[in-house]
Design a protein around this ligand. Structure first.
Ligand SMILES: [Ca+2]
Length: 508
């Protein structure tokens, strides 16, 4: 029975609304009561965690043993991309399964319209218990959750305020630990008769990369390898890459570099902080660095703090996984790990995200669900955050509404890529003029090529052949040898803009 007929059949026998009450739903066509239970969902998301800082993605710079557990027992996606590489827009796309121009949240300045359809609301309606804990960043209160406890705005790393169902409370401690504590508390107190969907969304490793008390001196005795493009001069690209304001050399502040301590530490935390940073700062003051040496020092300073924040995320993901094991929930829980987008880890001399270049376009994506996903699988299909809503609904046996724009990943997770899976992805970034000065652009990426159109106060195109130039150092736009490819990509870009109903920005 296909999805539509099954739905009609259920409707006929009056079971659609009652699905929630059924301990064994027919989803997946399994017969036994036990295997047909609807799975729980834990959706863990970090903020700005690039996949090249994860062990299972081959990181040269850190280890993430707990995240690797998810990859080892499940599937790792090699080609997972965001639609708009910035915090709030990415979250809105995930919630709605719709591109930014449709859900309305095109940049970080816009408030999310929480009255619209989202996957948590649909899961809730289908009988799931839903919870949202951690970074929300959408400016309006969460909707579609039985329980929510969120950081206000970006939140802070130490001693954060959180807003629990509308009530603001202050906590002492480190944000990644505190978010996980709340997630574990909620899991322990939940109604065990119902399936659940828990969103555990971390602030880390977002700027300004303040490490937790356990990791303040981690990496002190090592030098982290530099990326190949740390001293990129952007000679092969257009104005957008040259005119950004997100470089390690020029943009980083004293706070970013921990030349000043965070203001909100308790006396005890301040003592630990000073013990870790004062000697490092003293050594810097004596060194009198300039030019490339100074960039190198800043890079070490930045990347070590970034990785220290990730070490805490990794520890805390381990705590959640351990709980699932001890509570007997590991088999029947879909565990998702991702980040709202990638990040520049000194690549091209940058930090931050926004550009459609690979480092920030890519999202790590690991999914574990032993009942359907083979251990240690690796997938190369082109997938996006646009697909998550429909994937969660599919696992819950809820039919995705027609107006969602992604595709369920469930068949891919089962190792069976649908025959007509997409061959290209669409991207559109809007936040300009704004912090970091990354110009507005949209584009298309296929397995091999990428075509980007920068517009607004500029009209420039860039084309990359990622097989020959994986670091995207030289645009091939206007290269006669690539004229035919360029035309094909423009046609594809037009098709995608029509498909996704995007008439914002300059025409192709
Ligand atoms: Ca982010």
């Amino acid at each position: 029975m296909n999805k539509q007929t099954r739905r009609e059949f259920l409707k006929k026998i009056g079971l659609v609304a009652g699905l929630a009450a059924l301990p064994s739903c027919v989803s997946g066509g399994r017969s036994s009561r036990k295997t047909a239970e609807r799975p729980n969902i834990i959706f863990i998301m970090a903020d700005d965690h690039a996949s090249h800082a994860m062990g299972c993605y081959g990181s040269r710079i850190n280890k993430t043993p707990n995240l690797d557990r998810i990859a080892k027992d499940g599937m790792r996606f090699e080609n997972s991309f965001c639609t708009n590489s910035i915090c709030a827009p990415c979250r809105a796309v995930i919630l709605t399964g719709k591109h930014s121009h449709i859900n309305g949240l095109i940049d970080n300045a816009v408030k999310f319209d929480g009255s619209q359809q989202t996957f948590p609301k649909l899961l809730q309606k289908a009988g799931y218990q839903t919870a949202m804990i951690g970074k929300w960043h959408l400016k309006t209160d969460p909707t579609g959750f039985d329980y929510w406890n969120i950081l206000p705005g970006q939140g802070v790393y130490y001693n954060p305020n959180m807003i629990e169902m509308g009530e603001r409370k202050k906590y002492t401690g480190y944000v990644t630990d505190i978010i996980t504590d709340h997630a574990l508390d909620w899991l322990k107190k939940r109604d065990t008769e119902k399936p659940f969907c828990l969103m555990c969304h971390h602030k880390a490793p977002h700027r300004s990369w303040e490490p937790g008390p356990k990791h303040l001196t981690m990496y002190d005795d090592v030098t982290i390898p530099e990326p190949a493009t740390l001293f990129d001069d952007y000679a092969g690209r257009g104005r957008a890459a040259k005119e950004q304001d997100m470089s390690i050399e020029k943009t980083m502040t004293a706070t970013d570099l921990k030349l000043t301590a965070p203001k909100n530490l308790t006396p005890e935390q301040k003592k630990d902080w000073d013990a870790a940073y004062n000697p490092k700062n003293e050594a810097f003051r004596k060194a009198d660095l300039q030019g490339k040496d100074l960039v190198r020092w800043k890079y070490q300073r930045y990347i070590k703090d970034y990785l220290r924040c990730i070490a805490s995320v990794d520890d805390n993901v381990g705590r959640l996984l351990d709980y699932l094991d001890s509570a007997g929930l590991a088999e029947n829980t879909v565990v998702f790990y991702t980040s709202d987008q990638g990040f520049y880890l000194g690549d091209h001399g940058w930090f931050d995200k926004r550009f459609m270049y690979e480092e920030s376009l890519r999202m790590p994506l690991l999914v574990r669900y032993p009942r359907e996903i083979k251990a240690r699988s690796v997938n190369k299909d082109l997938v996006q955050n646009l697909d998550f809503a429909e994937t969660f609904l599919d696992f819950a046996g809820v039919e995705a509404p027609q107006d969602m724009q992604g595709e369920s990943l469930r068949q891919i997770l089962r190792g069976k890529t649908p025959r007509r899976w997409r061959k290209s992805i669409y991207y559109h970034y809007y936040e300009y003029p704004a912090v970091h000065s990354v110009k507005r652009h949209y584009g298309v990426r296929t397995e091999r090529y990428k075509l980007i159109h920068f517009y607004n106060d500029i009209d420039e195109w860039e084309l990359y052949d990622m097989r020959r130039d994986p670091r995207e150092l030289k645009t091939l736009y206007n290269d006669p040898a690539y004229a035919k490819i360029t035309e094909q990509l423009k046609t594809e870009l037009k098709r995608l803009r029509e498909k996704y109903k995007d008439n914002t920005g300059a025409p192709v």
